[in-house]
Design a protein around this ligand. Structure first.
Ligand SMILES: [Ca+2]
Length: 408
């Protein structure tokens, strides 16, 4: 594969630029916490970022925020893993809970996960959300599912909620549900999942008759989308790509219209992949991961007929692996920056890191990543989701319950 060797970034290089971390007043009732006065962090949390970019806290006190979607009026829907959906105004004021979210399975890594708007939201007010769902007949079994509902004109309640898609078969596991949602340019919906973590389950990421470790592409009614690849007899027709481990980031590349995803490796081997229909992304046959317990490689780095990632991490700080135990950034939500407010960032892919407690900026040229930059490491936050806002800023959700705005 052709990814350039990652460049170590000494901490000293992160210090000294003219950038100030601002704690904006936390607006709105129930926001919880929130410093009132702007305060300097004392060091540049963005190392190398353009001058004048600031990080501000817009809200805090969320309980396990997981996904977000901007409404056309600038208000923001935020999911919480427990099953709540919250609405914020443009300034980060909490407007309250959105009622009518169907019950979800809040278990292990599962819960209420991502949320996206219908491309025709302005006229149909439909939203889609992914979540973990227990099996109706056997509650020990579970899987990822996708719901659709109509948001009322005040954006305070859902109605007409239906489940349009289920990852099948359901299995007994607390891990690796994925899940992100993204629409393509033709109005079809990508649904990312995971391979359910257990050694006995992960092999099925290579099994086209099962929903483990797949990215699906469906219509807004949940059927297999037109144009999906023909993958042979017995293959689930909703499958777009396979051989994935746990896909918790997904974004359409604005330059090409193709879906890019982030994917957790095991011990090391976190990936960014560019998807094309019918391709096999290798897990658990080819990877740059090590097994957690033994540190033995999970297959070779590459195999014929399987896709290498466009970018990978084998060390938590982005440095090159030189032997011994690998480490993981644990990538979650991703977003391409297509705004005009920060021209230097146009075309970049931003990747939130959980274990890695950073925001990675990848410079993308065509189908390849040409450089990486590790941002916000001094902040010490697990970054769960990243979205580009209508104001040209980046919005971040942290596991500590904060909504952050990074922009001018
Ligand atoms: Ca892979």
């Amino acid at each position: 594969m052709a990814a350039a060797a990652p460049v170590p970034r000494p901490l000293a290089a992160l210090v000294g630029a003219a950038l100030v971390f601002m704690l904006a007043a936390c607006g709105g009732g129930g926001g919880g916490g929130g410093g009132a006065a702007p305060s300097a962090l004392g060091a540049d949390p963005l190392g190398g970022a353009p001058a004048g970019v600031t990080l501000r806290e817009r809200a805090s006190g969320l309980a396990g925020p997981w996904g977000m979607a901007f409404l056309p009026d600038g208000r923001l829907l935020v999911t919480e893993k427990s099953g709540r959906m919250q609405l914020f105004d443009a300034a980060g004021g909490r407007l309250g809970e959105v009622s009518g979210v169907p019950p979800v399975l809040n278990f292990g890594q599962g819960g209420l996960l991502d949320v996206v708007l219908d491309p025709a939201f302005a006229t149909n007010r439909r939203i889609f959300f992914s979540f973990a769902e227990a099996d109706a007949a056997n509650p020990s079994l579970n899987g990822t599912a996708v719901g659709r509902a109509v948001l009322d004109p005040d954006a305070r309640a859902l109605s007409q909620a239906v489940v349009i898609f289920r990852q099948l078969p359901k299995v007994a596991s607390a891990g690796h549900f994925g899940s992100r949602l993204a629409f393509d340019r033709s109005g079809q919906l990508f649904v990312t999942t995971g391979e359910r973590l257990a050694d006995s389950e992960r092999v099925f990421a290579q099994d086209l008759t099962r929903g483990h470790g797949k990215v699906f592409r469906i219509t807004t009614d949940g059927a297999a989308a037109p144009g999906n690849p023909a993958l042979g007899a017995g293959a689930q027709p909703e499958i777009w790509t396979f051989g994935h481990r746990n896909v918790q980031g997904a974004a359409l590349n604005p330059a090409t219209g193709e879906l890019w995803i982030s994917e957790h490796g095991a011990q090391g081997g976190d990936e960014i992949n560019r998807l094309r229909p019918g391709l096999n992304f290798g897990w658990p046959v080819a990877s740059r991961s090590q097994e957690y317990e033994t540190l033995t490689p999970v297959g070779p780095n590459s195999l014929a007929g399987m896709e290498d990632p466009v970018w990978f991490w084998e060390r938590i700080d982005g440095s090159a692996w030189t032997g011994g135990a690998k480490s993981s950034i644990a990538p979650s939500g991703i977003a391409f920056y297509d705004g005009t407010a920060i021209p230097e960032w146009r075309g970049s892919l931003f990747v939130g890191a959980l274990a890695g407690q950073a925001l990675w900026r990848l410079t993308v040229s065509g189908d390849t990543v040409t450089a990486q930059q590790r941002l916000l490491a001094p902040l010490g936050e697990r970054i769960r989701d990243v979205e580009a806002g209508p104001d040209g800023a980046l919005y971040l959700l942290t596991d500590s319950g904060r909504l952050l705005r990074l922009g001018r």
